[in-house]
Design a protein around this ligand. Sequence first.
Ligand code: ADP
Ligand code: MG
Length: 232
Amino acid sequence: MPATATRQIVSARKIAKTYIDGERRLEVLRGVDLDIAAGECVAIIGRSGSGKSTLLHILGALDRATSGEVLFNGVDITRERESRLARLRAESVGFIYQFHHLLPEFSAVENVVLPGMILGKPQAELVRRAEELLRRVGLAERLHHRPAKLSGGERQRVALARALMNDPLLVLADEPTGDLDQTTGQEVLSFVLETTVASGRSLVLVTHDPAIAARADRRLLLVDGKLSNAPV
Ligand code: ADP
Ligand code: MG
């Protein structure tokens, strides 16, 4: 492979997703094609209910497409067993949501350490890495705070550090700034970009906010179950 060739982290072809709810069939995705290169940030925008979260879950192997193919770092995840998918998610994907989903009884460090424990790494090593990640997102003074003692932006930065714990290839962020004011949202996004795309990881960012989407390399619009290029 020539040094200039782009490595694709995700290659999705003709993804369809239909939810069946009794008599109702809801065709949420109807043929989504998407390539995400290493170190690339793609923003996905679209109305509420258009299927953005569904698409993220399929890209991150949390859910399966009804049909179509998803290659994750060269592996066809539409055909893998659940146990393999769980491993792949833990090792290679980091998720950040609109609401932080941190455990309230645990400190920042303890929350960040958790994904590492799934992979069974030594505790001391995990704590060292968690502390380093929290410092990178500007939380050196907040290592032992519980979520209730942190601001909204700080909680999202802990959630970011947790997503990075296992050094993922891909970070999937589902409206990560949706619960924050403009300034704090932009600040959190700066930390997300610095720790993902600037370090060669890929980022898929779902957002409603044009000022957030503007900072991605590409913007895609999800309408009627399909993706198209969105205007800046
Ligand atoms: P978005 O993130 O763009 O708001 P979602 O992907 O969450 O959209 O949902 C897309 C559509 O699929 C919505 O109409 C939602 O109600 C429906 N949906 C999502 N998950 C399920 C499910 N597990 N079963 C049935 N319908 C679902
Ligand atoms: Mg959603």
